[in-house]
Design a protein around this ligand. Structure first.
Ligand code: ADP
Ligand code: MG
Length: 409
């Protein structure tokens, strides 16, 4: 089915075409029409299935059919679990409204950026707000946000919001919304703990579920495990980068310092690399991601914050330089590649001391990878099984036990 069957205006269809969206994804096909006819929706579909456009497009369509007069009022509020997602969703509204006669004013209200500027922008009037809950509440509580004209309330990545403990903040925000509104909830999973909060938002949403019957994400990803000694991981990565044709590589590190250090080292070796982690201020995070997306940076060394929720397409390869702690983290990490119908490679470096841990991850993920070795970087040494060491030497004076032993001799 083409997009043109979905009752979207030609202007929106043009912008879809410009973005290379030729046909709706299954979730878009089901949801867009239902939103256009005014329904509340609870939609579940896996990450990467195109949930964003399934609310952005019909909201823009309905908005553009109205002839609002006077200063812009907030008609749409989208809540997302992370700042990056908020920016991505805002971007999506901008992209698909670019050809409209009236272009809605879209604001992202997120932490880490100037609250003064955001309040000023709100004062100037805007149509669509995409926000993270903390900052939105700050502004609400200052009495600086009027949501009385709200028509659409969207909760994006609802499962993740609850994971991150935003239920309380969410409830506070709900108190400021008008009763009559259209609610659109999107999630990759629908765990038990969501039921309660969903019932506080909407009484009778239409449930849309897209089963993951097409290939699960991990099948589009070629997973490899390469055995290498810890000290050889850097040289091996450089070797791989030099021999493979990867454009964008996301490398996961155990911690922020390791990410910073290795990024600096690779820069010295002439690679376009950078680091990404939670210590960066928002501006730096945005900038770093932009450069990576624009392919100005080829290798991004990141901690696990980059593995959740981020929508960076076109990552050719994910490398677990340090193994993730859990199987869940493993899946999140490798899922950063192989998105939007592209294939990808995920490589895990396995050192002597990692074998047992990786075996556990494999078991939990129900996979079994053939461990490879790369010429020149073969794994050396034996797994050192830690023996129970001798008791530490406490002091020179003999203990009571020592004396007793001597007497037994
Ligand atoms: P989700 O929110 O379900 O994880 P997104 O909305 O972030 O998924 O979409 C994943 C990727 O797929 C994005 O890069 C998006 O631009 C792309 N995409 C979404 N819908 C389409 C479509 N109909 N045609 C082509 N690409 C699409
Ligand atoms: Mg999404």
């Amino acid at each position: 089915m083409p997009f043109s069957k979905l009752n979207l205006s030609p202007k929106i269809l043009q912008s879809l075409q410009k973005s290379g969206y030729t046909a709706p994804t299954p979730i878009q096909e089901k949801v867009i029409g239902l939103v256009l006819s005014g329904n509340d929706i609870l939609a579940r579909a896996k990450t990467g299935s195109g949930k964003t456009a399934s609310f952005v497009l019909p909201i823009l369509e309905l908005w553009s059919r109205e002839n609002y007069e006077g200063k812009a009022k907030i008609r749409t509020l989208v809540l997302t679990p992370t700042r990056e997602l908020a920016l991505q969703v805002a971007q999506s509204f901008d992209t698909f409204s670019a050809n409209l006669e009236n272009i809605p004013k879209v604001l992202s209200i997120i932490g880490g950026e100037s609250i003064g500027d955001q309040m000023y922008d709100i004062q100037q009037g805007c149509d669509i707000v995409v926000a993270t809950t903390g900052r939105l509440l700050d502004i609400l509580q200052k009495g600086q946000l009027n949501l009385s004209k709200l028509e659409f309330f969207v909760l994006d990545e609802a499962d993740k919001m609850l994971d991150l403990g935003f239920a309380g903040e969410l409830e506070l925000i709900l108190e400021s919304l008008p009763q009559k509104r259209q609610n659109l909830l999107f999630s990759a999973t629908y765990p038990e703990k969501m039921v309660d909060i969903v019932s506080k938002i909407t009484k009778n949403p239409i449930h849309i579920e897209i089963e993951d019957d097409d290939k699960p994400i991990v099948e589009k990803i070629l997973q490899r495990a390469i055995e290498v000694n810890r000290e050889n991981r850097g040289p091996l990565l450089r070797h791989l980068l030099d021999t493979q044709k990867w454009e964008s590589v996301l490398v996961f590190m155990a911690n922020k310092r390791a990410a910073d250090n290795i990024a600096a080292k690779f820069k010295k070796h002439g690679y376009k690399s950078d680091s990404f982690h939670g210590d960066l201020i928002q501006e730096e995070r945005t900038q770093t991601l932009k450069e990576f997306k624009d392919k100005k940076t080829h290798i991004l060394f990141a901690t696990d914050i980059a593995s959740r929720g981020l929508d960076i397409d076109d990552i050719s390869c994910v490398v677990n330089f340090d193994l993730p702690r859990s199987a869940v983290d493993y899946i999140h990490r490798i899922g950063r590649t192989g998105r939007a119908d592209k294939s990808g490679v995920a490589i895990s470096f396995i050192g002597l001391e990692d074998k047992a841990h990786f075996a556990l991850i494999e078991k939990r993920c129900n996979i079994k990878l053939e461990c490879e070795q790369i010429e020149g970087f073969a794994l050396k040494g034996e797994v050192v099984v830690k023996e129970r060491g001798n008791a530490p030497i406490k002091g020179k004076r003999k203990s009571k036990k020592d004396k007793a032993r001597e007497q037994n001799l």
